[in-house]
Design a protein around this ligand. Structure first.
Ligand SMILES: C[S@@+](CC[C@H](N)C(=O)[O-])C[C@H]1O[C@@H](n2cnc3c(N)ncnc32)[C@H](O)[C@@H]1O
Length: 253
């Protein structure tokens, strides 16, 4: 399957991934909470460091409108809703969105969830003070889809709003896992299927700048700080992708 024909299939691909989460598994509250915690952990750590360093938010959380992109089961959404923010989570997988809604309800958290393919649809449905992406961007592998994604972010960010992103980036000694391959455009394929985009940091910076956003904070974590491939457990950190953590605002100049 080439990259173009994959373009409309994010919904199908990610719905399939979420089908692995069985009703039995959902019954096990501890397992669900542990899974959510594991997936959101590094983003929350990043957010908390950032918010201490830059005194964010300046006002009360109840005045903060937060958008969680690629929300999955909604762990990041739950964290901000727990602080009192008004939160919307979006994901391409309708299955993830219905799980996330149920989980939020069970925790008595008022969160709005929407199904949206950010590689295709860039029309905004509101202005947000904080837009968070915890590991979605590297799932969008084709350039057109990423352009759409950034248009959506720019259209949805308030004038002084903050975009926080955590994503995988390439490094020189990167080792492609067995059964994966990488092309010259940094697309990592799982068999025939485009799976992740792992760009070098400098290319990610260029992509963000040309989308009309201005990076105000950028930090490269020397090693991948979240789990992607089981096989990575045995790799030395210099063979793994790195993690980029960045904050950006709308470029007003
Ligand atoms: C690696 S998971 C991260 C989940 C969640 N943010 C977290 O940190 O736990 C990536 C999420 O992005 C979603 N996703 C992938 N492609 C997408 C797209 N084109 N539009 C919207 N969401 C997408 C997937 O369904 C998945 O839930």
């Amino acid at each position: 399957m080439d990259t173009m024909s994959f373009m409309n299939n994010y919904a199908q691909y990610y719905n399939k991934a979420y089908e692995n989460l069985t009703p039995d598994w959902f019954e096990n509250k501890q397992a669900v909470d542990a899974y959510i915690e594991l997936n959101r952990k590094t983003l929350i750590e990043f957010y908390e460091d950032y918010s201490k360093q830059f005194s964010f938010p300046q006002n009360d959380y109840s005045e903060l409108k937060v958008l969680d992109l690629g929300c999955g089961l909604g762990g990041v959404s739950q964290y901000f809703a727990g602080k009192g923010a008004k939160v919307t989570g979006v994901d391409v997988s309708s299955l993830a969105v219905s799980f996330a809604s149920e989980l939020a309800k069970s925790k008595k958290l008022d969160i709005e969830f929407k199904v949206l393919d950010l590689s295709l649809d860039n029309s905004s449905f509101g202005e947000f003070d904080l837009i968070i992406d915890s590991h979605l961007l590297h799932c969008i592998t084709e350039e057109k889809g990423r352009e759409n994604y950034f248009k959506f972010v720019k259209n949805s960010l308030s004038k002084e709003g903050l975009f926080l992103l955590e994503t995988m980036v390439f490094q020189k000694q990167f080792r492609t896992p067995v059964e994966y391959s990488m092309d010259e455009d940094w697309t990592l394929y799982k068999g025939e299927t485009p799976f992740r985009k792992v760009k070098p940091g400098i290319e990610l910076e260029d992509e963000i700048k040309s989308s009309g956003l201005e990076i105000s904070y950028l930090y490269f974590h020397a090693e991948l700080s979240f789990e992607v491939f089981d096989e990575y457990k045995d790799y030395p950190h210099q063979n793994l992708p790195q993690t980029a953590r960045l904050a950006a605002k709308i470029n007003k100049s």
